[in-house]
Each structure stands twice: as structure tokens, then as C-alpha cells.
Design a protein around this ligand. Structure first.
Ligand code: SF4
Ligand code: SF4
Length: 125
């Protein structure tokens, strides 16, 4: 599964809210699949990924908030010690995000500009 680095956080903080019904339904399925199969292979990408594929903000291969998500991706990747092109399992990626971002006070550094920040800040994982 292709994932942008910062989506390692979004997937773990997901509580059923999304941009529209199609996005939310699809993300619900992705979150469930990864929870049930933590050994799922993941490839980190710098562009549109599995979640973007059903997002109304993805137009012609670009996110409508491209600059913002590139910063979030870069910060999440740096903190997790990964880069686009890396291949690992969901267990490894989600574990790195928990240990190096959520447990290390990195969440605000990555996510403070996101519209979902308050919701995710109050969501326990
Ligand atoms: S605040 Fe935004 S970027 Fe961060 S985990 Fe939540 S939805 Fe994802
Ligand atoms: S298109 Fe943008 S807002 Fe939509 S899931 Fe992808 S990165 Fe997030």
C-alpha cells in the first residue's frame, strides 16, 4: 500500500471523520485492513497515496493543500527516520510514528497546521 508519511499519523488517529462520504468510507476500510493485518507492506511516497485516491482534495495528481501536506510529510518522515521509496510493514511504520512522534511530543510539530488538529489531539490511540 502506498502511503504519504504523515498518513501514518492520520490512520492511527482516525475516528470516522473525513472530507466526504466516499473518502470516509474508503479510509474506514483502509484503517480496518491495516489494524487487522499489521504486516501489510507499505511503500512511502511523496505524492498521492491510497488515502488521496478517494479524497475530493486530490485534483490532477496534486493535493489542493500541497504545500501544507509536503511540510507535514517531511516532518513526519524525518521524525520517523524514513523517506519516500522506503518499504516497510504497517507495524513498523505505525510503531515508529507512535514512538518517535506521539510519545516524543512531535505531534504538534507535524500536525499543528491541520484542520483536524484539535480533534486528533484529543483522540487517544
Ligand atoms: S491532525 Fe491532521 S495530519 Fe495530524 S493526524 Fe490528524 S488528520 Fe492527520
Ligand atoms: S489529497 Fe491532500 S487532503 Fe486529501 S488525503 Fe491526500 S494529502 Fe490529505
Amino acid at each position: 500500500m502506498n502511503l504519504r508519511p504523515h498518513h501514518a499519523l492520520c490512520i492511527q488517529k482516525f475516528t470516522g471523520h473525513g472530507y466526504d462520504m466516499d473518502f470516509t468510507r474508503h479510509m474506514t476500510g483502509v484503517v480496518s485492513a491495516l489494524r487487522n493485518n499489521p504486516d501489510t507492506p507499505v511503500c512511502l511516497v511523496s505524492g498521492p497515496d491510497e488515502l488521496c485516491s478517494h479524497c475530493p482534495n486530490c485534483r490532477e495528481g496534486r493535493c489542493s493543500t500541497q504545500e501544507k501536506v509536503e511540510i507535514m510529510d517531511a516532518r513526519a518522515a524525518a521524525l520517523c527516520g524514513v523517506k519516500p521509496g522506503d518499504r516497510l510493514t504497517w507495524a513498523e511504520l505505525s510503531g515508529a510514528a507512535r514512538e518517535r512522534i506521539f510519545a516524543a511530543q512531535g505531534f504538534e510539530q507535524v500536525c499543528s497546521a491541520c484542520q483536524w488538529f484539535d480533534l486528533c489531539r484529543n483522540t487517544k490511540i
